[in-house]
Write a protein that binds this ligand. Structure first.
Ligand code: HEM
Length: 449
C-alpha cells in the first residue's frame, strides 16, 4: 500500500497555522476538520503539526493495537508541575509499576464501601436546598464530588477548603488553556508572571493536600485510598516514595472529581430539558427505592439510571479529547506519521457521529437498552478512553454518577434559568460556559415517608 505523507486539512496562517480558530472555537475547528476532510486530517498550531483521527478503528490502532508506540501528548505534559509523575502523566516501566500497585484500590469490594459516603454527601446537599431557590448546579456538583473524593482518598472532609480549592483549580485551568493555545510555550520553570501565578496556585494546593494527608495519618484510618496506597508494596517489596505518594494523591484527587462533577452537571442540564426522560428516571428510582437511600447493592436494579449516565457521557464527554505522541515514525491509516507527531482523537466528535448513533444529537437513554454497546465498533464510544491507559476510576465514577442521580432525582426537579445558551467550553475537560443555573423544586416519591 502506498503511504501518503500529509493528510488534508484546513488552510492556516503563515505563522500561527490554525491557532486563531483553535482560540476562537476548538470544537468547531475539530468538527470542520472531520466534516470537510474526513477521518484523517491535519492542522498546525503554531510550530506544532497535529493529526486528527476520527474513525473508531484508527483510535483502536493508537490506544490499543500500537499503544506501545504512543505516549501522552504535549498538552498533558504542560501539567507536570501539578500532576508530577502521577498515573495520568507517567510513562513506561514506572507507570506500569504504579498502575499495578494502585489498581487493587479500585476493586469492586473496596468501591462498595465508598458508595455509602457518596449517598450520604448527596443527601446532605439535597437537605441544604430550599424549594424554589436558584442554584448553580455545576458549582454544587463540584463541591459534592470534591467532598466525595476527599472522603474516599483521605477519609476526611474538606471542611472549609472546598471554595479555595475550586478557586485554585480555576487558576490552573485558565493557565492550561492559555498555554495550549499559545504560539510558543515557555517551560514552567521560567519565572514569567503567568508561571509564577501558576506556581503559587500549585503550592497552595500542595499545602492543602499535605494537610489532608497529615490529618489522615493522625486519624489512622484503614479504608481510604491513601492508607491503602501507604501500605501497598511493589512486587519487589518496595513502597512508594513521599513524592510518588504526593503525585498519585494529587492525580486521583483532580482526575477523580472534575470529570464526575461535569458528568452530573451536564446530566442535570439535559434532564431539565427532557422532562420525559426525567419522568422515566424518577419512576425507576422511586419504584426501586420508594424514598429510601440507594446503596451499591441497588445498582443492578437501576438499569435506566445507568443508561442515563451512559447517554450523558455520550453527548457531553467530560474528557472530550485524547492526545498521544508517536515515539517512532509509523504508518497509520495509509499515512506516514513522523516520530513525535501529535495525534488527537475526540470523543466529542465520535460520540455525535451519525455513522454510529442514529439521531446523534438527541438525548435518548433508551438507545442503550438493547445491547447497543456490544454492537458498536469498540471506539465509537469511549468516555473512559481505552487500552492500557484506560481510566482507572471508571467503576468508581459510574457508581458515583448513578448513586448521586438516584439520590437527588428522588428529591428534586430542576428548571433552567433562562439566559444565553449554555455552551460546552473546552479546556482540559468540557465545562459549561456559564455554569448551570437552575431553580430547585423539592419533590418526593409517591408513598415515601
Ligand atoms: C465520569 C468520570 C470520568 C471520566 C469521563 C474519566 C475519563 C478518563 C479518561 C478518558 C482517561 C484516559 C486518558 C488518556 O488515555 O489519555 C482517564 C484516565 C484516568 N482517570 Fe479517569 N475519568 C473519570 C473519573 C475518574 C475517577 C473517579 C478517577 C479516580 C478516582 C479517575 C482517575 C483516572 C486516572 C488516575 C487516570 C490515568 C490512568 C492511567 O493512565 O493509568 N478518573 N480518565
Amino acid at each position: 500500500m502506498t503511504t501518503a505523507t500529509l493528510p488534508p486539512g484546513p488552510k492556516g496562517r503563515f505563522l500561527g497555522g490554525n491557532l486563531d480558530e483553535l482560540r476562537r472555537d476548538p470544537l468547531a475547528l475539530y468538527g470542520r476538520c472531520a466534516h470537510e476532510f474526513g477521518d484523517f486530517s491535519t492542522m498546525r498550531f503554531g510550530l506544532r503539526r497535529v493529526y486528527l483521527i476520527n474513525h473508531p478503528d484508527l483510535v483502536e490502532m493508537v490506544l490499543v493495537t500500537n499503544a506501545r508506540n504512543f505516549i501522552k501528548h504535549y498538552g498533558l505534559k504542560m501539567n507536570r508541575l501539578l500532576l508530577g509523575d502521577g498515573l495520568l502523566t507517567n510513562e513506561g516501566d514506572s507507570w506500569l509499576r504504579q498502575r499495578r500497585l494502585i489498581q487493587p484500590v479500585f476493586n469492586r469490594d473496596r468501591l462498595a464501601g465508598y458508595g455509602t459516603v457518596m449517598v450520604e454527601l448527596a443527601e446532605r446537599l439535597a437537605a441544604s436546598w430550599r424549594d424554589g431557590e436558584t442554584r448553580n448546579l455545576h458549582a454544587d456538583m463540584t463541591r459534592l464530588t470534591l467532598e466525595i473524593i476527599a472522603r474516599a482518598l483521605f477519609g476526611t472532609g474538606l471542611t472549609d477548603k472546598a471554595s479555595e480549592i475550586k478557586a485554585v483549580l480555576e487558576t490552573v485551568g485558565k493557565s492550561f488553556n492559555r498555554r495550549l493555545a499559545s504560539f510558543f510555550v515557555l517551560p514552567e520553570s521560567v519565572p514569567t508572571p503567568a508561571n509564577l501565578h501558576m506556581r503559587r496556585a500549585v503550592q497552595r494546593l500542595d499545602e492543602i493536600l499535605y494537610d489532608l494527608i497529615r490529618r489522615r495519618r493522625e486519624a489512622g484510618g484503614q479504608n481510604d485510598l491513601l492508607s491503602i496506597l501507604l501500605q501497598a508494596r511493589h512486587e519487589d517489596g518496595g513502597r512508594m516514595t513521599d513524592r510518588q505518594l504526593r503525585d498519585e494523591a494529587m492525580t486521583l484527587f483532580l482526575a477523580g472529581h472534575d470529570t464526575t462533577s461535569l458528568t452530573l452537571s451536564w446530566g442535570w442540564y439535559l434532564l431539565a430539558q427532557n422532562p420525559d426522560v426525567y419522568d422515566a428516571l424518577q419512576a425507576e428510582v422511586c419504584g426501586v427505592l420508594a424514598g429510601r437511600s440507594p446503596t451499591p447493592a441497588d445498582l443492578p436494579r437501576l438499569p435506566y439510571t445507568e443508561r442515563v449516565v451512559l447517554e450523558i457521557m455520550r453527548l457531553y464527554p467530560a474528557a472530550y479529547m485524547l492526545g498521544r505522541q508517536a515515539v517512532a515514525a509509523c504508518e497509520l491509516g495509509g499515512y506516514h506519521l513522523p516520530a513525535k507527531a501529535t495525534v488527537l482523537m475526540s470523543q466529542w466528535l465520535l460520540h455525535r457521529d451519525a455513522r454510529w448513533f442514529t439521531e446523534p444529537e438527541r438525548f435518548h437513554p433508551d438507545r442503550w437498552a438493547d445491547g447497543l454497546a456490544k454492537r458498536l465498533p469498540k471506539f465509537a464510544y469511549f468516555p473512559f478512553g481505552g487500552g492500557p491507559r484506560q481510566c482507572i476510576g471508571n467503576s468508581f465514577a459510574m457508581m458515583e454518577a448513578v448513586l448521586v442521580l438516584a439520590t437527588l432525582a428522588q428529591r428534586c426537579r430542576f428548571t433552567l434559568v433562562p439566559g444565553p445558551p449554555i455552551r460546552p467550553a473546552p479546556g482540559l475537560t468540557l465545562k459549561p460556559s456559564r455554569g448551570i443555573e437552575a431553580v430547585v423544586r423539592l419533590t418526593s416519591c409517591p408513598g415515601a415517608a
